[in-house]
Design a binder for this molecule. Structure first.
Ligand SMILES: Cc1cc2nc3c(=O)[nH]c(=O)nc-3n(C[C@H](O)[C@H](O)[C@H](O)COP(=O)(O)OP(=O)(O)OC[C@H]3O[C@@H](n4cnc5c(N)ncnc54)[C@H](O)[C@@H]3O)c2cc1C
Length: 436
């Protein structure tokens, strides 16, 4: 008889429309595990944390929600605290696991773990199943190594084929029984101080789905999406999509349903358009692996850059000479969220005004964002730094002009005290200048 199946939950933290979970339903016995990585609590190569307080709270709520749903079906979620490779190795050995299933991940490191596990246990059946994308790799109208180098070319290929995501499937009512006698290696993530705007888990995702469509917000998305402050100007689904407590196919299906039952217009199309951006970056991460984190990006376009610690600090804390940047960074630090428009402006300032190495900006976003997603974050940063999927080279925004367009009354800047905290750049040259 084969040994139990191990389902390694990563960024697919839900029961609804979860292909990795569905693949495990035929197991005689099932072990469900989430690994709290020790590296999340140590400084990374940028001297930052990979998991900041906002996402930590959101993740804890998500795991509580997932645990509860599994328990209602006679299962339990093990939380192990170690490196994924060591945790999986010990579980495979202890429980004599014969098959490991996980969601396909755009992160190079996560995919590498599975390869290493496979080489430690050549007879183990290891499967990574598309669970976080709209399409599966076999649906794509090209091989992954032929992924178009720009989003527009990708979108045109998808739209030309009239490609539609497969229908989402509901959460299973029954699950295979757990393996008894396996202990957790960690109880809970340390709790952060303040409650978040976002409620973690499938319950939170469902609540936002119900709210967003019932309030008829999709029909004005295209006009409102460049807002800077508030809840309703954009969909806010990114946080749940990022850790997988919401399935992208479920969201797409809700937009389809809205279009069929209420209204289809440019705005509803634009919401899908943005989900295609997300889709593009997921495949971009899968195609380019470790190059996602490289200064010169996947296409070897070395940017001119430098590093000034004081400027980096000023950007992180929101004390640059640019009020709009300060407001956005202070909003990010306080809430874990920043609008898409502001993300573009602060990234442009980081690269073009402050002359900093874009990877530090991406790493700071990784720490602070509640919706941090490896592919969307590093892919967007590469794009803005001119080393990624942008045929136009780099994107430099005129901060004054953008402030006038998107914050004409300065309501956003005032709300987050962007002007009060505007200071001239600390200039290193002063210190080195010979003074008589
Ligand atoms: C420098 C930079 C870093 C970013 N880092 C992340 C990140 O770590 N995680 C993340 O989810 N998004 C990231 N984005 C993309 C985008 O800013 C957020 O997805 C969006 O602001 C989230 O808010 P929303 O859900 O209300 O978006 P909406 O405007 O309502 O869009 C709907 C959905 O479309 C997707 N989407 C929209 N714009 C983009 C985009 N440019 N790239 C990829 N997907 C997109 C998201 O899944 C989003 O939830 C980044 C953008 C920039 C410029």
């Amino acid at each position: 008889m084969p040994g139990p199946t191990l389902l390694w939950f990563t960024h697919n933290l839900r029961l609804d429309d979860n292909p990795a979970l569905e693949a495990a339903l035929d197991a005689e016995q099932l072990i469900c595990v989430f690994i709290v990585e020790s590296s999340w609590f140590r400084a990374n190569r940028y001297s930052l944390n990979s998991l900041g307080t906002h996402r930590r709270a959101f993740l804890q709520q998500t795991l509580d929600d997932l645990s509860q749903r599994l328990e209602e079906r006679g299962q339990r979620l093990l939380l192990w605290h170690d490196t994924p490779l060591e945790s999986l190795t010990r579980l495979v050995q202890q429980a004599k696991v014969s098959r490991v299933i996980t969601a396909e991940h755009p992160g190079h490191y996560e995919r590498h773990t599975l390869t290493q596990l496979q080489s430690r246990f050549p007879h183990l059946q290891c499967e990574a199943i598309s669970s976080q994308t709209l399409f599966t790799s076999s649906q794509l109208p090209f091989e992954l190594d032929q992924l178009p180098e720009s989003f527009s070319a990708f979108r045109r290929k998808i739209e030309k084929k009239k490609l539609e995501p497969n229908r989402p499937t509901p959460a299973p009512e029954h699950l295979p029984p757990p393996v008894t006698g396996l202990s957790d290696k960690v109880t809970d993530l340390p709790q952060p101080e303040s409650p978040s705007l976002f409620l973690g888990g499938e319950a939170g995702a469902q609540k936002q789905l119900d709210y967003y469509f019932a309030a008829d917000l999709p029909q004005s998305y295209k006009e409102t999406r460049n807002g800077l402050d508030g809840w309703d100007y954009s969909s806010k689904f990114s946080a749940w999509l990022a850790n997988g407590s919401l399935s992208p196919r479920r969201l797409w299906q809700r937009i389809d349903q809205y279009e069929a039952e209420v209204l289809a217009n440019e705005s509803t199309y634009w919401l899908k358009f943005e989900l295609l951006w997300r889709e593009y970056f997921q495949w971009y991460g899968m195609r380019f692996g470790a190059k996602l984190f490289k200064l010169q990006g996947p296409f070897n376009r070395a940017p001119l850059t430098s590093f000034y610690p004081e400027r980096f600090k000023a950007w992180c804390e929101g004390t640059t000479p640019y009020p709009i940047v300060n407001a956005a960074m202070r909003q990010l630090n306080a809430t874990g969220y920043m609008s898409n428009r502001a993300r573009q402006l602060v990234a442009s300032a980081f690269v073009h005004e402050l002359g900093l190495d874009w990877r530090y900006g991406a790493a700071y976003f990784e720490q602070q964002l509640i919706d941090y997603d490896v592919a969307s974050n590093w892919g967007n940063w590469q794009y803005l730094a001119g080393v990624g999927a942008d045929p136009r080279g780099h994107r430099k925004f005129d901060l004054d002009k953008q402030s006038k367009i998107y914050d004409p009354e300065q309501a956003f800047i005032d709300a987050w005290q962007g002007k009060e905290h505007a200071h001239p750049l600390p200039n290193r040259d002063y210190y080195d200048w010979p003074v008589a």
